[in-house]
Design a protein around this ligand. Sequence first.
Ligand SMILES: [Zn+2]
Length: 60
Amino acid sequence: MIFSKKKITLDYTVEKCSNCGMQIKRKFSDGDVLFAEYSKCDSCGEMCLIEKIFGETLEQ
Ligand SMILES: [Zn+2]
């Protein structure tokens, strides 16, 4: 019997507020596009841009 390692890739999106610099890391969701305006900043109300989209691979 062969045991194979399970690999799970989790995609994350980092949003950054261009006004106050606050960063939010959250799970990637369909439709996220780099440098698109995504949501309002919780702290200053300016629009946050998607600064980074990256994947982390976990081995189980
Ligand atoms: Zn802000």
